[in-house]
Design a protein around this ligand. Structure first.
Ligand code: FMN
Length: 191
């Protein structure tokens, strides 16, 4: 059921590094994203699958994780993802990359849901060094890196909880490293 898939599709920031996500799997995920909706059907998105050890290492060094958890640096050592899909906007197709944000979200969520269905998981990462990623991974000057999808075999427990008592939606961890994600209640978002 789609709701179960959405519930399981959490942002994971800890992975089994011995499980390597391969090129075929990433290509399959990109092929699914290819079929998603796109404003004016322009399809301005391009994708670079990152699975080679050196490229994964490079991308790991450019990404910033869980910035609300100021008392720790994530992923913990030895728990990095083993693959990424780096998403680009082709400015030959969409001149202003921000105009492709909705397309990016739709494609990214579709990829993450498909990954979860395969027993994988990951995290969307907008907080990464885009200039360095452009240098390292752009094949053409018109390919602008926008969003990185980290993918791997999650090893952490992530729990959905109600919005915090003080009304904040700040995520947090307990002393066993369980990650809690507060979500607003249905009655608070129905208007
Ligand atoms: C567009 C977008 C960008 C994100 N960028 C980052 C990021 O740079 N680093 C990170 O650790 N998490 C990132 N996240 C994950 C969010 O922090 C996460 O979705 C939120 O805490 C709720 O957790 P959940 O995905 O398990 O519901 C991003 C999520 C979205 C949708």
């Amino acid at each position: 059921m789609i709701k179960d898939l959405v519930k399981r599709n959490r942002s994971y920031r800890g992975f089994d590094e011995s499980f390597k996500v391969d090129e075929e799997t990433l290509t399959e995920l990109i092929d699914i994203a290819r079929l998603t909706a796109s404003g004016a059907n322009a399809q301005p998105l391009k994708y670079h699958p990152i699975f080679k050890e050196e490229e994964v290492k490079k991308m790991n060094s450019l990404t910033r994780w869980g910035k609300m958890l100021t008392n720790m640096t994530l992923p913990h050592p030895g728990q990095f993802p083993t693959a990424y899909i780096l998403m680009f906007v082709d400015t030959d197709i969409c001149k202003e990359p921000k105009n492709a944000d909705a397309d990016l979200g739709i494609a990214a969520q579709t990829i993450m849901l498909a990954a979860v269905e395969k027993g994988l998981g990951g995290c969307m990462i907008a907080n990464f060094d885009k200039e360095a990623a452009f240098e390292a991974f752009s094949h053409k000057p018109n390919h602008r890196p926008m969003l990185a999808l980290a993918i791997g075999k999650p090893i952490e427990t992530v729990k959905l909880v109600d919005v915090n008592e003080d009304g904040s939606t700040k995520y947090y961890r307990d002393d066993r490293d369980v990650h809690y994600v507060p979500k607003r209640k249905l009655e608070d978002i129905l208007i």
